[in-house]
Design a protein around this ligand. Structure first.
Ligand code: ADP
Ligand code: TRP
Length: 339
């Protein structure tokens, strides 16, 4: 894909407790892709979507904490705030002006069929409650805010997980509606980029690693916490010497997602031949995970301890972001208000 001169935008929803599934499945690929965009002469816009988080987090102190953690995580994992445009969503007033204008071009039916809203309605129905019980307009309008996030920077590409593709499609539809209304290209139509066969890392119990299942290996845990989590990965009771099919062994599936190719090969050979015990594999894995995460952990702690510097970086990013956002918003306003 030609990325030179293109704008690639990613929003990061702060979620709290991060695990290595988030790291290998979302954070690492986003940063690698971002660095690639920059290397190819494209523009990388990346922000902490703090307004999207209000929906599930009303405790202001906790919200501030997870926003801080999200910003420090991306920096610790290698995002370059000098080369990327990295900021906090709520620091860009243009996005909210844009949101307000876009509501007028968004058919209500789009929101009725958006995933997050539909899932909330389904939950209510299952509990026998009224359809809209406990659902606020923030959740209902979620896709319009996301459309504003994307359209305000004239984004070309939006790398997202499969669950977010619908939102990017709604964004393109809203932009299309504006353009059709004024018979010119006022807003740029974005495209979602998804990774085909994005691997899902299993957790210690074999289900998808997820904070809601309590089956995680923590991203910023101590060496002991990592070891404890790896030791708790479910194993079977086959004879240690029996040759095994690695594909059927949970330990191997997790190792394949997080260990170096050399270690993965070693584990694969050991299992196929037999004789390599699960305890040995767990030890290899926890050592390797701890070694891989140590420098990230160290940087993370450093950013968290010097958050004032991070705040400055975010403000610097916000200035760069607003310089892009302002003319796009003005262009839309000039069209709508015939200025
Ligand atoms: P959780 O399931 O722990 O609540 P989230 O839904 O907050 O995680 O996911 C945040 C990001 O991390 C998403 O982009 C998601 O695709 C990715 N992610 C979460 N769990 C995994 C996993 N087990 N394997 C790969 N990617 C994952
Ligand atoms: N909705 C996204 C999520 O839940 C986060 C997000 C907000 C986003 N605004 C965005 C992603 C704009 C891409 C583009 O993960």
């Amino acid at each position: 894909m030609e990325l030179s001169g293109k704008c690639v935008l990613t929003g990061v929803k702060p979620t709290g407790t991060l695990h290595i599934g988030n790291y290998v499945g979302a954070i690492k690929p986003a940063i690698e892709m971002g660095n690639d965009v920059i290397a190819q002469g494209g523009k990388l816009v990346m922000f902490v979507a703090d307004c999207h988080a209000i929906n599930f987090m009303k405790d202001a102190e906790k919200l501030a904490q997870i926003i801080k953690e999200a910003a420090c995580t991306y920096l610790a994992c290698g995002l370059d705030p000098e080369k990327a445009i990295f900021f906090r969503q709520s620091d860009i007033p243009e996005v909210f002006e844009m949101t307000s204008l876009l509501t007028n071009f968004t058919p209500k039916g789009f929101m009725n069929k958006a995933h997050a809203y539909k899932a909330a309605v389904d939950k209510n129905v299952a509990k026998g409650e009224p359809n809209d019980a406990g659902i606020n307009m923030g959740l209902y309008n979620y896709p319009i805010l996301m459309a504003a996030d994307i359209l305000t920077y004239d984004s070309d590409y939006v790398p997202v997980g499969k669950d977010q593709v619908q939102h990017v499609e709604i964004t393109a539809d809203i932009a299309g509606a504006v353009n059709a209304c004024y018979a010119k290209e006022v807003l740029k139509l974005p495209k979602a980029i998804t990774k085909e066969n994005a691997a899902v890392l299993p957790g210690t119990d074999g289900r998808k690693m997820s904070k809601s299942y309590g089956n995680v290996i923590p991203l910023f845990g101590s060496t002991d916490e990592i070891k404890k989590a790896v030791m708790s990965i479910k194993t079977d009771c086959q004879d240690i010497n029996a040759p095994k099919n690695p594909e059927e062994i949970l330990l191997f599936q997790i190792a394949r997602g997080v260990c170096s190719p050399k270690t993965v090969q070693e584990i694969e050979d050991g299992l196929k031949k037999g004789g390599m015990g699960y305890g040995t594999i767990k030890k290899m894995m926890s050592d390797e995970i701890a070694t891989m995460l140590a420098p990230i952990h160290e940087k993370y702690m450093d950013y968290m301890a010097h958050y004032k510097d991070v705040e400055e970086m975010l403000q610097f990013g916000a200035q760069k972001a607003r310089a892009i956002a302002r003319p796009v918003l003005e262009r839309l306003k000039a069209t709508i208000f015939y200025k």
